[in-house]
Design a protein around this ligand. Structure first.
Ligand SMILES: N[C@@H](CCC(=O)N[C@@H](CS)C(=O)NCC(=O)O)C(=O)O
Length: 211
């Protein structure tokens, strides 16, 4: 199994966390986005969309982090992905929520407040940022309420959808929306994820470190 990844990027981090928690061996191929390596002809053969992560396994080439988590969950029998249809329906719900209601908006704010400042690139424009904040506030309120009675998305135990939603809300650390007063349960959830050995093993804090 091989993963195309980049140490400072959130979407590949979701997969590295899952691999660490599932104790799976995987060859890591680093694609340096800051140097434009994802735009090379060689990488376009792997992923015409020119994005990471991409997982290669026995002839399967799979892009989209949440599809990769689903694949790992369904093929590796583990308590991180119970194969029960109602459980899987709720897992899908959270993966789609992450994809449509969190990811792009968190990405814009993280890029502007953290990455662009650190590496000297322009942030997102003001209209996009205003839209991101408005959309995210509503989504974070949903998550805040959900986590008021649960440790993790699907109850007491962590599962693969937590690595998706958890990484995406972790992007908001040190941004304008990093508010423990407004979203205490979300921040506590993020810190539960960050305190796991898998977070350290996967280099989770590198989404905030660009030295
Ligand atoms: N929906 C995709 C998003 C993948 C994505 O945007 N990856 C970023 C890194 S986190 C990337 O490769 N960006 C390079 C680019 O868009 O040019 C997923 O969940 O995997």
């Amino acid at each position: 199994m091989r993963l195309y990844t980049f140490q400072h990027s959130p979407n590949p981090l979701k997969v590295r966390l899952a691999l660490a928690e599932l104790a799976l061996d995987c060859e890591m191929v680093e694609i340096n986005l800051f140097k434009g390596e994802h735009r090379s002809d060689e990488f376009k053969e792997v992923n015409p969309h020119q994005k990471v992560p991409v997982l290669q396994e026995e002839g399967l080439i799979l892009r989209e982090s949440n599809a990769i988590l689903t694949h790992l969950g369904r093929t590796r029998h583990s308590e991180l992905w119970p194969l029960e249809s109602r459980w899987e329906a709720l897992a899908s719900q959270w993966l789609f929520f992450e994809s449509f209601s969190l990811s792009v908006h968190c990405g814009r704010i993280w890029w502007t407040d953290v990455v662009a400042k650190a590496i000297g690139r322009p942030g997102a424009n003001e209209a996009l940022l205003a839209d991101a904040v408005e959309e995210l506030e509503r989504s974070l309120d949903v998550l805040e309420s959900h986590l008021s009675t649960r440790q993790f998305l699907l109850g007491k135990s962590i599962s693969l959808p937590d690595f998706s939603v958890g990484v995406t809300v972790a992007m908001l650390r040190e941004t304008r929306l990093d508010s423990a007063d407004r979203w205490p349960n979300v921040i506590a959830y993020r810190e539960r994820l960050r305190s796991r050995p898998s977070w350290t093993q996967a280099g989770g804090d590198k989404i905030h470190q660009f030295g």
